[in-house]
Write a protein that binds this ligand. Structure first.
Ligand code: SAH
Length: 359
């Protein structure tokens, strides 16, 4: 085996790496093993059609990227949260969500996050490192295997776990290609969620795959957004909206805005009116996802009461904006939006109230 594959994890390895590793073997082996890893979701050990000596080499030279530290299942058995350890000791979380009509995995793109949104547990813990293509793809493979064990089929991937996907663009786009081309998930079932990194959104605008884009807005004026989402100081709303408009014109695909409702901060009627104004300024309708803020240790303010959440949604609808209240998944296992911190010690300031499941 050549030095190029040394230290690569099995889903970081390219076909060329595999060919290298299998030098001297019949050509079909590469396809056979690639098929085993991506279509059968097999461990190299399980590829019984491959000679044992080769399986051993693969097992040794293409180690897994993720070691399971904890696997937790929520009360309703519909959410599974994984805590994985990566090479070097960083930890990340991955969340598998089983809905009656679909199965979705929420993957991490970085260990930690540098965006420092104060209401997000990952932001509170800070940035550790970027994930590689293989570390991202393997999260999807692990979730797909688990779904299969439960007689379900994983069909959707959302980049809404730890990290800012567009701050680790090369690895995220590389992973999307693998997930699409090799795991065979449709691009329309893949969603990248961004805090609003304008250069990354521009790159997605030019990219051929028709995946979904979600932008975490949370505020519709610069003074509030500067506070809630600090990167807004670099990419303010005017520029962000212009970039979103270009994206919509080029792609013709639906764009969603994420809005975590924070009691008394961004849940007033005036906030809904400002948000509706932004949505109406776009060339195609945007969809608003409302998430009652989930509690995190480092943020004092709590989520909006459900009555307010519904009033906010109703007002948006009256103003002609499509809005959905996201169901809160996995709050009992700290697996909900913004609660992923991979066991990092986040300083405990106050505990917000737990918001109830709603739809
Ligand atoms: N960095 C990316 C993706 C990760 S977060 C982004 O910002 O979009 C996924 C979503 O959860 C984002 O919309 C984020 O703003 C939201 N979120 C973060 N903390 C939250 C919390 N405490 N309660 C509810 N949603 C939260």
């Amino acid at each position: 085996m050549s030095a190029t594959t040394a230290g690569r994890t099995r889903y970081d390895a390219t076909r060329a790496d595999l060919a290298d590793l299998l030098a001297g073997q019949p050509r079909f082996r590469v396809d056979q093993i690639w098929h085993g890893l991506y279509q059968q979701l097999s461990e190299p050990d399980e590829l019984t059609a491959v000679p044992k000596s080769i399986r051993n080499t693969l097992q040794e030279r293409l180690p897994p990227a993720l070691a399971t530290v904890v696997e937790r299942v929520s009360d309703g058995n519909d959410t599974v949260k994984y805590l994985f350890e990566l090479a070097g000791g960083s930890r990340i979380e991955t969340v598998l969500m089983l809905y009656p009509d679909r199965v979705t995995v929420c993957v991490s793109s970085q260990a930690g996050c540098a965006m420092a949104c104060g209401f997000c547990a990952t932001g509170q813990a800070g940035f550790t490192r970027h994930l590689t293509v293989g570390e991202i793809v393997e999260q999807v493979v692990r979730a797909a295997r688990k779904a299969r064990q439960l007689d379900r089929r994983l069909a959707n991937v959302v980049f809404m776990g730890m990290g800012e996907p567009l701050a680790n663009e090369a690895a995220v786009l590389g992973a999307v290609e693998r997930i699409h081309d090799d795991l065979g998930l449709g691009a329309r079932h893949l969603t990248i969620s961004t805090v609003g990194l304008v250069p990354g959104i521009k790159r997605l605008t030019e990219w051929e795959l028709p995946m979904n884009l979600a932008v975490s807005l949370h505020a519709a004026n610069d003074s509030l957004r500067d506070e809630l989402v600090p990167i807004n100081r670099r990419y303010p709303l005017g520029l962000l909206m212009e970039t979103c408009a270009d994206y919509l014109r080029a792609k013709g695909r639906r764009l969603s805005f994420e809005w975590a409702l924070i009691d008394g901060i961004n849940d007033r009627d005036s906030d809904a009116r400002e948000l509706a104004g932004l949505c109406r300024s776009l060339p195609l309708a945007a969809h608003v996802n409302l998430i009652p803020l989930n509690p995190t240790p480092g943020f004092l303010t709590r989520g909006s009461p459900l009555k307010r959440v519904h009033a906010f949604r109703d007002l948006l609808e009256q103003l002609g904006v499509n809005a959905t209240v996201r169901r809160n998944r996995g709050t009992d296992i700290d697996a909900a939006c913004g609660q992923l911190a991979a066991g990092q010690p986040v300083q405990l300031v106050s505990r917000g109230r737990r918001s109830d499941t709603s739809d």
